[in-house]
Design a protein around this ligand. Sequence first.
Ligand code: FES
Length: 165
Amino acid sequence: MKELSRRDLMIRGTGLGMGLVGVMLSVPAIGFLLSPLFTKQRTAWVTVGVIDDIPVNTPTPLVAQVPVGTGYPTPPVPRVVYVVKKPSGETLALSNICTHMQCDVHWDPALGNFLCPCHGGLYDIDGKNVGGPPPQPLAQWNKRFHSDAQGRTVLEIENVLDESI
Ligand code: FES
């Protein structure tokens, strides 16, 4: 077996040292890249508005300022919430984001459906996809209600969408 010269030892030692430095530098970078996978989104409840005057079976768009992100404070984002009061007394808080390619849908009274202008996707009054390319229903916001000082019903949503409908 050939003995290693001092020069060979130095070359190998330098290579090993540089490899270790590379590994040490890459660990924080990998952690930074993977951290969003393990960071839970901060949840918050935001007021959408008073809903007493919204008629039954008339999807009505309201706008909520919804916080986004996982940790650092960022400006809230205005999001449209379609409030749908059902004859049964149930109230839905639907997202207006199409489940096909995320265009904004709107309620079309003439069609009696939500219409997506991008590719003609249709959703019924409950947000169920009933025509065109959308693969699933409109998402619903997690919601809750409270009475204000005047006894009116106020809708609040959490900055979490329920996509499992
Ligand atoms: S983005 Fe809505 S139908 Fe395509």
